[in-house]
Write a protein that binds this ligand. Structure first.
Ligand code: DX5
Ligand code: ZN
Length: 208
């Protein structure tokens, strides 16, 4: 399993050291929240740009923004390799995917728990990956919603070669079900950064 540790669960007073602890990961997951699309505010492109020279890991930037389109150039400039945004946002989806591709990054669409997988169907051919939320977006440390894995199976049936990522509540006890459902990448915040030994927790999750 490919693992994308979520910086949201890291110690913000020493982000540089935290990121070095997960240098064996497959991606670094960066959660961007605007206080509108989700009831929380995290950090912006300035923090992403500051972290960019500290690691070679590909940056997986998850935009929980009502209006992602206007910020795409900022996150590309900050070093995003992959940008995901929500199908429930208020911007035109095709145009936003296009802006990400024009900037040279990969594009993914995200579905919240209440949104069916079918909402993704019109854009599958333009996408480089999809992200299925396994918690309500906004906060780390929530419980994994196992029924969301049915969406993963639906997506895999429809587009077998499209990588699928899940985000929220992934840890040692929930990752096995993700692997069985065909998930390619798991985001893990609490499960990595709040573990006693983050490097060991990461290796363990990658072994599934
Ligand atoms: C939630 C974020 C997640 C979060 C996951 O809105 O999108 O990426 O950091 O955290 P854990 O792994 O603690 O559920
Ligand atoms: Zn996320």
């Amino acid at each position: 399993m490919q693992i994308a540790p979520s910086v949201l669960a890291a110690d913000f007073t020493r982000l540089g050291e935290e990121i070095r602890r997960v240098s064996a990961a497959d991606y670094l997951h960066l959660d961007i929240m605007d206080g509108h699309f989700v009831p929380n505010i995290s950090y912006g492109p300035g923090v992403v740009a500051a972290l960019r020279p500290l690691t070679d890991l590909p940056f997986d930037v998850h935009l929980m923004l009502e209006h992602p389109l206007q910020y795409i150039p900022d996150f590309i400039k900050a070093g995003a390799d992959l940008i995901t945004f929500h199908v429930e946002c208020s911007d035109p989806i095709a145009e936003t995917i296009e802006a990400i591709h024009q900037g040279g990054a990969k594009a993914g669409l995200v579905v919240k728990p209440g949104t069916p997988a079918e909402a993704l169907w019109p854009w599958l051919e333009q996408l480089d990956m999809v992200l299925v939320m396994t918690v309500e977006p906004g906060f780390g440390g929530q419980s994994f919603m196992e029924p969301m894995l049915q969406k993963v199976q639906q997506i895999k049936e429809k587009a077998p070669n499209l990588p699928v990522e899940v985000d929220g509540g992934v840890n040692r006890s929930t990752i096995e079900a993700c692997a069985q459902a065909g998930v390619d990448i798991c985001v893990a915040g609490t499960g990595v950064f709040r573990a006693e030994d983050a490097e060991k927790a990461l290796r363990e999750l990658q072994s599934f």
